[in-house]
Design a binder for this molecule. Structure first.
Ligand code: ADP
Ligand code: MG
Length: 408
């Protein structure tokens, strides 16, 4: 780990006791159920946020936690309230956690003023405010001014958002004494090992549904990794680029040329891109209304009415063999719709193979991390489970991350 967060702030401040510290955490957890009765289905990000919050509270700071949840459109949306998350954070901290029903309004100020030394409050979803994600620097800045007015210092601990130029990540850090939180420091330590001098063979597994986001990293990975295993929704654009029909599977037509270029470049540079050879398909996307009817087909014979929802058993076995020989692995994106048991086997096989890697295995991505826990794997059997998907990919791409740059 780099320097201690609390030491940094003590130095900056001559003490933390009684100071109000804003902490940007990533508490964007998956929730289920109606707006009035939301249930947290994976609390990994809350757990990962506890050490920094705890350290600040132990040092006597008044801690105000800033976070977002889901994608409210810049206005309050009860389904995206952080209230259930604040309650769970309190249980994990073993302490009372206050909750402010707004982010920078009257309630937030009252909540902050009522905090004693070593006490913690969560402010309502930062994305209930249009200024948080505005592309207009002045609009974001005005909201950041309001955030900064609440506190004496800022700690950036939301690794999952450091790639975003948002008010609570970037602009607020320009307005207060600031420090990097323990979680962000730990995440960067591990990712730096993947970019500097990874032990070989270095295998990267990509999947999930955010296809166009992830195609960008492949370009950079082709210069670093020895092998790329591609599953999940991303596989179908590649299969189509190779001339296969993919039925009604996830497909990004406008990325076909990009995929062809990747395949060409891989061939030239001696990097292997491995695509699934069999696929688990169904005729409809899984829903509560209908029992899944999974069928395994060859990747070159996907029926026109079928949706590919997982990699097949032959592909899963081939991926596992490739991973068994690896000394460094980075995995982002589930191999299939793991939320439904019938389409979880490919993801399970890859997760299992990662636990057996003799070397460094890193899982990145909100859903990938949730998948690992949902399928019952011990977190400690992986080298590292990152809380950030987009952020870890952009870091590996070598892009400057605004939320890190601003802390320099
Ligand atoms: P991460 O959060 O790990 O970066 P993504 O957000 O890109 O991953 O993708 C996760 C989602 O991808 C999961 O909800 C999963 O159901 C979905 N997914 C995986 N494979 C497919 C597929 N073949 N078709 C549609 N969705 C898929
Ligand atoms: Mg995701």
């Amino acid at each position: 780990m780099t320097t201690s967060l609390v030491d940094d702030l003590q130095r900056e401040f001559g003490g933390l006791r009684g100071r109000t510290v804003l902490v940007r955490s990533d508490l964007n957890v998956p929730l289920d159920g109606p707006a009035a009765d939301r249930v947290i289905t994976d609390e990994g990000r809350i757990r990962a946020s506890v050490p920094t919050i705890q350290a600040l509270a132990d040092a006597g700071a008044r801690v105000l936690v800033l976070a977002h949840l889901g994608r409210p459109q810049g206005a309050p949306d009860p389904a995206c309230s952080l209230a259930p998350v604040a309650a769970r954070l309190g249980e994990l901290l073993g302490a009372e956690v206050a909750f402010a029903t707004d982010t920078v309004g009257e309630n937030a100020h009252r909540t902050a003023a009522a905090l004693g030394e070593g006490e913690v409050a969560v402010l309502e979803n930062v994305r209930f405010n249009a200024g948080e994600t505005s592309k207009d620097d002045a609009v974001r800045g005005a909201f950041a001014d309001q955030l900064a007015a609440l506190a004496d210092a800022f700690v950036s601990d939301g690794f999952g958002v450091v790639h975003r130029k948002e008010a609570s990540v970037y602009d607020v850090a320009q307005r207060l004494p600031r420090a990097m939180g323990n979680l962000v420091a730990a995440e960067i330590d591990v990712l730096a090992r993947l970019t500097r001098d990874p032990e070989r063979p270095y295998v990267v597994v990509l999947g999930g549904s955010k296809v166009s986001d992830k195609l960008g990293v492949i370009d950079n990975l082709l210069g670093k990794a020895d092998m790329l295993l591609i599953g999940g929704g991303m596989a179908f654009t590649f299969l189509k680029a190779q001339g296969h029909e993919v039925g009604r599977s996830l497909l990004e037509e406008d990325q076909l040329e990009t995929c062809r270029a990747h395949l060409r470049r891989a061939e030239e540079s001696g990097v292997r891109i491995v695509l699934p050879t069999d696929i688990v398909v169904d005729t409809a996307f899984p829903s509560e209304a209908r029992e899944p009817q999974p069928v395994v087909v060859s990747a070159s014979e996907i029926p026109a009415d079928a949706l590919g929802l997982d990699i097949g058993p032959e592909s899963a076995a081939a991926f596992a063999v490739a991973l068994a020989g690896a000394r460094t692995v980075f995995w982002n994106g589930p191999m299939g719709v793991f939320e439904v048991d019938a389409f979880a086997d490919g993801t399970r096989a890859v997760a299992l193979a990662l636990t057996e890697v003799d070397g460094l295995s890193v899982v990145g991505g909100g859903d990938s991390a949730a998948a690992v826990r949902r399928l019952g794997f011990e977190e400690s059997t992986f080298g590292h489970i990152s809380t950030g998907g987009g952020a870890s990919l952009e870091y590996l791409e070598g892009k400057p991350l605004p939320g890190l740059e601003v802390l320099r």
